[in-house]
Design a protein around this ligand. Structure first.
Ligand code: IMP
Length: 492
């Protein structure tokens, strides 16, 4: 007989935080949810909002990745698509916003305006630097924007005939703050930065400054571009995928496996860490052994959770899985035991229904959570908005192990004997993530304040959690009355 763990597996939903002393200075708006996602070099990739959008077709594409990174989290592109598609999405996220930009379409004076019109139609750009050679780092000759020509009559004119040459520039400015100040002073939407002899070095856009002002806590890389992660499988062909993702400046690689305690995963992580300079999050594991195993393999962060995703049927078909609270209790203890070495962030993945679950996961030791269902509800997720049979507005949400996604590699299955480990369905459409996520994070912050904790580290050290009986949990739900929606209220 093997081993029987006689304690019951615990769900996040069975725990409640007990209040602790809250000083006047600790309010929900003074709480910081800044967190470490994973090791990066000698430091950590840090985020202001401890949330990752799941590596699922129904959750993360470039729109979701842009939105969640602007709100301080990070999106993880699913592996169940071609590497080319993942790279195109990374490019879209990296292009969305930057500080000093050096990778933008540049024109030569003798290009016909017809070309400019075509580029604008294809890419949506409206402002282009013009250099003598047409190369980005050539000598600046002028600027052309969509306001400088008439699409109806100017196709055969050259860029030189229509561009502006009295361009205000920043000379060898290398502080972004200084460049933005100059751009505002000149009243322009675009500032080229040039060397003393007029060679174009970089450009700064006012729209990027506006985005920064609107979302000051966005997750950004060293070049002020939004951060993004991408999933890879442990299959050997995905080594080329890793190389492509790194070449496109992915910020973190997430190994996508429902069971990460495998030789395949160990070999992949070791290979990535010895060949590429990119952080790797390993997973998923649910035991202390699994956690130590991935840390020894070189993982910079560890993702935990099995059999608890909202549409997951792994527990039904394979009888494997574990309550997420038990998982966190075990893996966080294992992390404490190896403390003294580096701190390895832990991401709680699956089954997070809202602010309450998030708070409990963080209090139990997680550094961030990954969500699928919760985020698939928002306009920015890839699923279509449809009206269901009851007339409700819903969004499609399908699991990676469903027939629709057929991500057989995540489940170590063979393509020709594929069986489902997840379902395909709908979730309510709840509006835009830009409205909803900040409100949800405000609730998490309010819980932190009640628990007397101002940061995630304080929560890890000081939170007092208690397991609740079934009856106590029932007391915590609306009981003894029926709820009336505002719109249904009848005033007599
Ligand atoms: P949710 O936030 O509860 O919807 O869970 C999302 C998580 O479920 C993902 O991040 C995956 O770890 C996991 N997951 C995704 N697809 C499947 C599946 O088909 N079966 C089991 N787990 C899945």
């Amino acid at each position: 007989m093997g081993q029987i763990v006689r304690e019951q597996g615990r769900s996040l939903k069975e725990f409640r935080l007990l209040p602790r002393y809250t000083p006047e200075s600790l309010k929900s708006d003074t709480v910081s949810l800044e967190t470490r996602l994973c090791r990066r070099g000698n430091d950590y990739l840090r985020m202001h909002t401890p949330i990752l959008s799941a590596a699922m077709q129904a959750v993360t594409d470039s729109d979701m990745a842009i939105a969640i990174a602007q709100l301080g989290g990070i999106g993880i592109l699913p592996v169940s698509q071609s590497p080319e598609k993942q790279c195109t999405s990374i490019d879209a996220v990296k292009r969305f916003k930057a500080g000093f930009q050096t990778n933008i379409v540049t024109l030569a004076p003798d290009n016909p305006i017809g070309d400019v019109i075509d580029i604008m139609a294809e890419n949506g750009y409206s402002t282009f630097p013009v250099t003598e050679s047409g190369e980005f780092h050539g000598k600046l000759a002028g600027i052309i924007t969509d306001k400088d020509f008439d699409e109806r009559y100017d196709r055969s004119h050259t860029v030189a005939e229509r561009m502006k040459t009295d361009v205000q520039v920043g000379i060898e400015v290398n502080s972004l703050k200084e460049a933005n100040t100059l751009m505002i002073q000149y009243g322009r939407g675009f500032l080229p930065i040039v060397s003393k002899d007029g060679m174009l070095l970089s450009v700064v856009f006012k729209k990027d400054l506006d985005k920064h002002i609107q979302h000051p806590h966005a997750t950004i890389d060293d070049e002020k571009r939004l951060c993004i992660g991408a999933a890879v499988s442990t299959h050997p062909e995905d080594r080329d995928r890793v190389a492509a993702l790194v070449a496109h400046h992915v910020d973190v690689i997430v190994v996508d496996a429902s069971d990460g305690h495998t030789q395949f995963q160990q070999e992949l992580i070791r290979w990535i860490k010895s060949t590429h300079d990119v952080p790797v999050i390993g997973g998923n594991v649910v035991t202390a052994d699994g956690f130590r195993f991935l840390v020894e393999a070189g993982a910079d962060g560890v993702k935990v959770g099995m059999g608890i995703g909202s549409g997951c049927i792994t527990q039904v078909v394979k009888a494997t899985g574990r309550g997420q609270a038990s998982t966190l209790l075990d893996v966080c203890d294992a992390r404490d035991e190896i403390a003294g070495n580096t701190y390895i962030p832990i991401i709680a993945d699956g089954g997070i229904k809202g602010a309450g679950d998030m708070t409990i996961a963080l209090a139990l030791g997680a550094d961030a959570i990954m969500a699928g269902n919760l985020l698939a509800r928002y306009t920015e997720s890839p699923g279509s908005v449809i009206r269901n049979a009851d007339g409700e507005i819903v969004k499609e949400y399908w699991m990676e192990g469903s027939m629709k996604a057929r991500n057989h590699r995540r489940y170590a299955q063979l393509e020709n004997t594929f069986f489902e480990e997840g379902v395909n369905g709908h979730v309510p459409h709840e509006g835009s993530i830009y409205d909803k996520l900040p409100a949800m994070m405000q609730m998490v912050k309010a819980s932190f304040a009640t628990a007397g904790c101002g940061t995630i580290d304080e929560m890890h050290d000081n939170a007092i959690l208690e397991i609740q009986s079934f009856a106590s949990l029932q007391d915590g739900d609306v009981h003894g009355m029926t709820q009336v929606q505002m719109a249904q209220e009848i005033v007599l």
